[in-house]
Design a protein around this ligand. Structure first.
Ligand code: NAD
Length: 566
């Protein structure tokens, strides 16, 4: 049976034609070698070298993709430092995307921490110094009035996925201005490598409205406008023009808001969620990955979701996003909205979030400001509230002290400890501290990866509660059925699907997320569940039956392989 859709269409294959990628006059010679989407480097076969004017522009020996892969991997390993590996991968991506994605697909556990957190954090800090050539688009506030025209400069006309930042809150590193471009670039590489979204559909964008990071103003390598951030009406008019232009130039696009400062992020999500198919990964993607971890942890604790009491350190985008989605899930489990909210507590930089602070609290914290005497510290809050789970999303390191973890382990047989702040340097505690201070009983997850921990004869493999498990699948699922929106329920089904994919073997290792080696399969399953939710809720633009959805998702995934050009 087909469900009601906005419009009934044939399923898209989601593989752009060579003409769409290369343009009407397919590039030849050095222009072909310079096109990273089409370039095969030394793998151009003899016939194509003759037909496409490549003779003499390449060394004579023809390599296979597998041979190129082996050479690229050896070069990757040759780099001693993570930042060197990042630069190597960036140059490869700019040269030959097929080979780049083949490398990522073959070694995901090694590559993802380089192109994304934690190494991407260092790469953003050093972005001005390691900059070789631009990737993606930079649109500055000085270009107001011309944004649609500028978007048309992008060589691909059929863009489906944009990740956009204004660089104000890059990971837990704060305002990095245009240096934050490493994040949209990295996230889109994950869309392709983890979910198989075709790279030709992806466009990273950084909006430059200035920066309030004074050290960047003084830096000779800073690449953005040397001015304080534009705020208020002028900023919002700029964003309004941007969204309108994106809709006009790329009508099928899904827009992901990324690493905006928290007041801006909540407002943009609220203002544009229904006007353009969009979501905020820091709020909603984080929420889904954390909820998946909580759901998976119930198999270890033997408790129900409704029995959980969550204490968050940090009441920003990530924290309140997780709490909102937890409440939606707890609602499905039978709790009323107020009962669910009463199970979520927050400590921010001023102490426990309580009713008495109502006048100074930001809008997003108010639903979680409970009637309670003020408490100044996390330690006091743990002592009095006795939560089942401690969730760190404060961007401040080492706040989960050994004493706090030990107390959690006294109240709970299996305390849930999530230190989600990125990059690794900002994590609220290390995996080792969580396991050791809890006598090996903590159910631990972190935002950035930690190495395995040996403790009292056991080996623990810490799970990485990273959004990479969620957003690629959510994006792909939404695009496959051309959903009009990315709804809260789509994130809810994504979380449940992810939790279901955690195996007993994962849990036995202490890991509440699947291994990253399974990320392609995880993303396909999440995309399928998300697309089904879009169809069932009437948001889909493409009519598919339940049975048709997974094959459609699989058909639409990009495989890094060379296509013939003649
Ligand atoms: P945010 O700026 O919106 O919120 C940060 C919150 O932490 C604010 O409420 C702030 O008051 C609070 N805070 C700051 N210092 C504190 C302190 N010393 N004690 C208590 N609270 C304090 O940022 P966000 O988007 O919520 O992100 C927070 C962190 O979570 C970042 O490090 C980010 O990298 C991380 N994060 C991780 C993932 C993941 O995949 N695991 C996803 C999103 C965000």
């Amino acid at each position: 049976m087909a469900f009601q859709c906005r419009a009934v269409k044939t399923p898209a294959t989601h593989a752009p034609s060579l003409q769409a990628i290369g343009g009407a006059a397919f590039p030849r010679g050095s222009a072909l070698l310079a096109n990273s989407l089409l370039n095969k480097g030394t793998a151009f076969p003899e016939e194509e070298r003759d037909a496409l004017g490549l003779r003499g522009l390449l060394p004579p020996r023809v390599f296979t993709l597998e041979e190129q892969l082996a050479r690229a991997y050896a070069n990757f390993q040759h780099q001693a430092e993570p930042l060197g590996k990042y630069v190597f991968l960036t140059l490869l991506q700019n040269r030959n995307e097929t080979l780049f994605y083949k490398l990522l697909e073959t070694h995901p556990e090694e590559m993802i921490p380089i192109i994304y957190t934690p190494t991407v954090g260092q790469a953003c800090l050093d972005y001005g110094a390691i900059f070789r050539r631009p990737r993606g688009m930079f649109i500055s506030i000085r270009e107001r009035g011309r944004i649609a025209e500028i978007l048309r400069h992008w060589p691909q006309t059929d863009v489906r996925m944009i990740v956009v930042t204004d660089g104000e809150r890059i990971l837990g590193l704060g305002d990095l201005g245009v240096l934050g471009m490493g994040i949209p670039v990295g996230k889109l590489a994950l869309y392709t490598s983890c979910a198989g979204l075709h790279p030709a559909y992806c466009l990273p964008i950084t909006l430059d409205v200035g920066t309030n990071n004074g050290s960047l103003h003084d830096s000779p390598t800073y690449l953005g406008l040397n001015q304080p951030r534009v705020r208020g009406e002028e900023y919002h008019a700029f964003i309004e023009e941007f969204v309108t232009a994106v809709k006009r130039v790329f009508p099928k696009v899904l827009l992901q808001w990324e690493d905006f400062g928290n007041t801006t992020a909540f407002r943009l999500l609220r203002d544009y969620q229904k006007r353009i198919c969009s979501f905020n990964d820091d709020i909603q993607g984080t929420a889904a990955v954390a909820l998946a971890g909580l759901i998976a942890s119930l198999r270890e604790t033997g408790q129900s979701l409704a029995e959980q009491k969550l204490l968050f350190l940090g009441a920003g985008e990530a924290g309140t996003g997780i709490a909102d989605l937890f409440c939606a899930a707890a609602g499905d489990a039978g709790l009323s909205e107020s009962e669910a909210r009463a199970r979520c507590w927050f400590v921010d930089s001023q102490g426990l979030v309580v009713r008495g602070r109502l006048t100074e609290l930001a809008h997003h914290k108010i639903p979680y400001a409970h009637e309670h005497p003020p408490l100044a510290t996390l330690a006091e809050a743990v002592e009095i509230l006795r939560p089942t789970a401690l969730i760190g999303v404060s961007g401040t390191p080492a706040k989960f002290t050994p004493e706090i973890i030990a107390r959690m382990a006294e109240f709970n047989e299996r305390p849930v400890i999530f230190a989600l702040s990125n990059p690794t340097s900002q994590a609220e505690c290390t995996a080792e501290a969580a396991y050791k201070s809890s006598g090996g009983r903590a159910i631990f997850a972190s935002g950035s990866p930690f190495p395995t921990v040996e403790f009292e004869g056991r080996t623990f493999v810490p799970g990485q509660g990273n959004n990479v498990y969620i957003f690629p699948g959510v994006g792909l699922g939404s695009l496959v059925v051309e959903s009009a929106e990315v709804s809260e329920r789509m994130f809810l089904v994504a979380a449940r699907t992810l939790a279901d994919l955690v195996t007993d073997e994962d849990l036995a290792l202490g890991r509440i997320y699947p291994s990253l080696t399974r990320i392609r399969e995880v993303s396909v399953k999440i995309a399928t569940a998300v697309a089904r939710e879009a169809v069932h809720s009437g948001l889909a633009g493409i009519a598919l039956t339940d049975d048709e959805i997974e094959p459609a998702v699989r058909r639409s995934t990009y495989q890094p392989a060379y296509r013939s050009y003649i």
